[in-house]
Write a protein that binds this ligand. Structure first.
Ligand code: NAD
Length: 500
């Protein structure tokens, strides 16, 4: 092990001083390749202090200055997209093309941040009363923090910091300890783009670092993306410390296939959305609900496609699906498949025990397909976060909808149908934050916000879109009166001010 991933504080890499480290593994080989410093409370305090010191100048900088730096950053991320994708693959395991897709979706949010002046224009009402005008402006919060998951080590941080800093805040990122290198590369590119020292900081670590951020008196707001139990903890703890919080949690995304759907398109979509990134996406489809008599045919077409997926290291251009993040996660995912039959599922494809020649210690689970899955089965109830697709049978649209709405999660959902009326009814009735109509992974574009309902999001703001700028700013309403020299003196009036 030659490399240590450090923190980034005050515009430069800073070696950890806590003496605590975590291993970073190449999921394709199972080898520990790197170690990452775990910050203690004093290191978190140093990052927050750097962000606090940078805030007066950055918060007071012009929109032209900020967007100029973001345009330069956008060009650098684009120029280094291949390198960033390789870093992601080496620590996360996803295939290179998928990692490039992640960087591309991050670039969309930098685009949005480059146009932030449009979202910060404020409002003005003139002559609300005699010679009285009211303006509403939006101002930054101060130091804000982002805590991010392993599955999108570049994109999810880019959901947050470009908008936060475009709005004039300074930022402390705590990335996933499982694949921390992309965060440091992004920090270097921000510095190269001309971002002043201290505006963007990274503290590596685990719960110790997170919990210090949640209680730190100088952190004004916390954005979190990760699993539901941790999202709940973040929301409760940061709220209890008086912070603004948005905490996006886990998911169990359904795809409802009506009897009139194009079954080939539905099967293509189900396979792409279930097994892409080995199922480690919060917008992965993990449950297909087949309505009516199409179930057997749909399962046959899914199986035919799924069996052909090429599994191998993400760095091999021939691979379509890579390994899972850790050996422990591999074992957990495999246990859902090996335990499925005993819980009443038909096991159509069993990927537990899968290996790849030459990479025997990699974290592999092969494509797994379960049919006629009872809603009581663990494979249906839990977020598996692996390449395991469950098919549930329903007799009617209403039965399928009720099943989806009974899920505690509400992140993404899709309907496949040729019936516009049914699709419209579904988009109105389903209790989920992001809906796809013949689109399996409905991740909104940068200028529409991303976020789920129910246990998939705690807090009231989605990320990016219009919600991003609202989350990272606070409103101020200014009422002004500039009397005309000809006005008579108003005199003392103890009555509540009336407009006239
Ligand atoms: P995780 O919840 O384990 O970790 C997320 C972050 O929280 C990491 O930075 C981690 O270090 C930190 N953390 C972990 N345990 C903690 C604790 N006890 N106290 C404080 N901090 C803690 O999630 P993960 O495994 O990295 O990512 C996968 C999860 O993220 C899945 O559930 C997935 O659905 C979810 N996710 C959701 C979205 C979304 O937009 N809703 C997007 C991506 C991922």
């Amino acid at each position: 092990m030659t490399k240590t991933v450090s923190h980034w504080i005050g515009g430069k890499p800073v070696e950890g001083t806590s003496g605590s480290y975590g291993p970073v593994t190449d999921p394709a080989t199972g080898e520990v390749t790197t170690r990452v410093s775990f910050a203690d409370a004093s290191e978190v305090d140093a990052a927050v202090a750097a962000a606090k010191a940078a805030y007066p100048d950055w918060g007071g900088s012009s929109l032209a200055q900020r967007t100029g730096i973001l345009f330069a950053f956008r060009a650098l991320v684009h120029a280094h997209r291949d390198e960033l994708a390789r870093l992601i693959t080496a620590e996360h395991g996803k295939v290179h093309a998928d990692a490039l897709g992640e960087v591309a979706r991050g670039l969309e949010i930098i685009d949005l941040a480059c146009g932030i002046p449009n979202q910060l224009k404020g409002e003005l009402s003139t002559q609300v009363s005699q010679r009285v005008d009211v303006a509403t402006i939006r101002q930054p919060l101060g130091v804000v923090a982002g805590i991010t998951p392993f599955n999108f080590p570049a994109m999810v941080p880019m959901w947050m910091f470009p908008i936060a800093i475009a709005c004039g805040n300074t930022f402390v990122l705590k990335p996933s300890e499982k694949d921390p290198s992309a965060s440091l590369r992004l920090a270097e590119l921000l510095a190269e783009a001309g971002l002043p020292d201290g505006v963007f900081n990274v503290v590596q670590g685990d719960k110790v670092a997170v919990d210090r951020l949640l209680e730190h008196p100088d952190v004004a707001a916390v954005s979190f993306v990760g699993s539901t139990p941790i999202a709940r903890h973040i929301h409760r703890t940061a709220s209890a410390h008086g912070k603004r919080v948005q905490a996006l949690g886990g998911a169990k995304n359904h795809m409802l296939v009506l009897p009139d759907a194009d079954l080939d398109a539905a099967a293509d979509a189900a396979v792409s959305a279930a097994y892409g990134s080995a199922g480690e996406r919060c917008m992965a489809v993990s449950a297909v609900v087949a309505v009516g008599a199409i179930g057997d045919e749909l399962v046959a077409r899914i199986r035919e496609r799924a069996e052909k997926i090429v599994i191998g290291p993400g760095s091999d251009p021939a691979s379509q699906m890579g390994p899972l993040i850790t050996a422990a996660h591999r074992d957990k995912v495999a246990s859902y498949v090996s335990g499925a039959a005993a819980q009443g599922c038909d096991v159509v494809l069993d990927g537990s025990g899968h290996t790849v020649e030459g990479y025997e210690n990699g974290h592999w689970v092969g494509v797994s397909l379960l049919d006629r899955v009872p809603v009581t089965a663990d494979a249906y109830r839990d977020e598996i976060f692996g390449p395991v697709l469950s098919v549930v049978r329903a007799d009617t649209y209403e039965e399928g909808l009720a099943l989806i709405n009974a899920s505690p999660y509400g992140n993404g959902v899709a309907i496949f149908t040729r019936d516009g009326g049914a699709a419209r009814r579904f988009q109105m009735e389903v209790e989920v934050g992001m809906v796809g109509v013949n689109v399996p992974i409905p991740v909104p574009v940068g200028y529409h916000s991303f976020g789920g309902w129910k246990d998939s999001l705690f807090g009231d703001h989605h990320v990016y879109g219009n919600d991003g700028a609202r989350f990272y700013t606070r409103g101020k309403a200014i009422t002004s009166r500039w009397p005309d020299p000809a006005d008579a003196p108003s005199g003392v009036d103890l009555g509540f001010p009336k407009n006239h």
